[in-house]
Ligand binder design. Structure first.
Ligand code: AP5
Length: 216
């Protein structure tokens, strides 16, 4: 199963990705998570990417494309993968197509999680992430068992730096101009599967599983 996960910031891509990879046994490749780890580790990539992420802008294509290709070259991706947050521009999508063509492999689906803007803002406001393992919670919709503590690793839950309202607005703007065109891109390739992301986490997941059974 080779899947890309599309959708605006805050739509629930990370939340659903964790559940999908658990069910289908494929690696979860989140460009946001890889970049945040590079920032925390103070690598060269992290230093370059941090400036863009802080401002709610996309990290330049060349950096992200090289990063994703080297991740896809790893042996655990041989039988499938879930890309979360990549591609995010038409140029990234074309590079992914080129890479897959060279390897003789194809995408099975581009899942597009749809959520309206007011609901996205509400979700952002309540989002908390584990500073250790990156697991995602929400003070309104997806509470940890113990307040402020990650269920999985007992790490501290924090607010992501790019979840400040001003940065969120910029990210939504960037999504509209740079990433939304991918919906048409994958529609033309007959790979687009729209998912109503406004329902509960479990209902959205059930729909995703049903849709993936149809394409596989
Ligand atoms: P990235 O980490 O990919 O962020 P994003 O796409 O903006 O998405 P988010 O992680 O904010 O949201 P999500 O859709 O995963 O929602 P979540 O599951 O957390 O990227 C961050 C930055 O890195 C970018 O801005 C960019 O700078 C850079 N970057 C990354 N990839 C790049 C690329 N390819 N090219 C260039 N730059 C790149 O859910 C949100 C909240 O809602 C949570 O609190 C969750 O608990 C809650 N929730 C989820 N689902 C539901 C539901 N159904 N009902 C109620 N609550 C829900």
């Amino acid at each position: 199963m080779r899947i890309v996960l599309l959708g605006p910031p805050g739509a629930g891509k990370g939340t659903q990705a964790s559940k999908i990879v658990g069910k289908f046994g494929i690696p979860h490749i989140s460009t946001g998570d890889i970049l945040r780890k590079a920032i925390a580790d103070e690598t060269l990539l992290g230093k370059q990417a941090g400036e863009y992420i802080k401002k709610g802008l996309l990290v330049p294509d060349d950096l992200v494309i090289a990063m994703v290709k080297s991740r896809l070259d790893m042996s655990d991706c041989e039988n499938g993968f879930l890309l979360d947050g990549f591609p995010r521009t038409v140029s990234q999508a074309e590079s992914l197509d080129e890479y897959m063509q060279k390897k003789g492999i194809q995408l099975d689906a581009a899942l597009n999680i749809e959520v309206d803007k007011d609901m996205l803002i509400e979700r952002f406001t309540g989002r908390r992430v584990c500073e250790q393992c990156g697991a995602t919670y929400n003070v309104k919709f997806s509470l940890p068992k113990e307040p402020g503590v990650c269920d999985k690793c007992k790490g501290k839950l924090i607010i992501r730096e790019d979840d400040k309202l001003e940065t969120v607005k910029k990210r939504l703007e960037v999504y509209e101009t740079s990433t939304a065109p991918l919906i048409d891109y994958y529609k033309r390739k007959n790979l687009l599967v729209n998912i109503d992301g406004s329902r509960s986490i479990d209902d959205v997941f059930k729909d995703i599983v049903d849709q993936l059974k149809k394409v596989n």
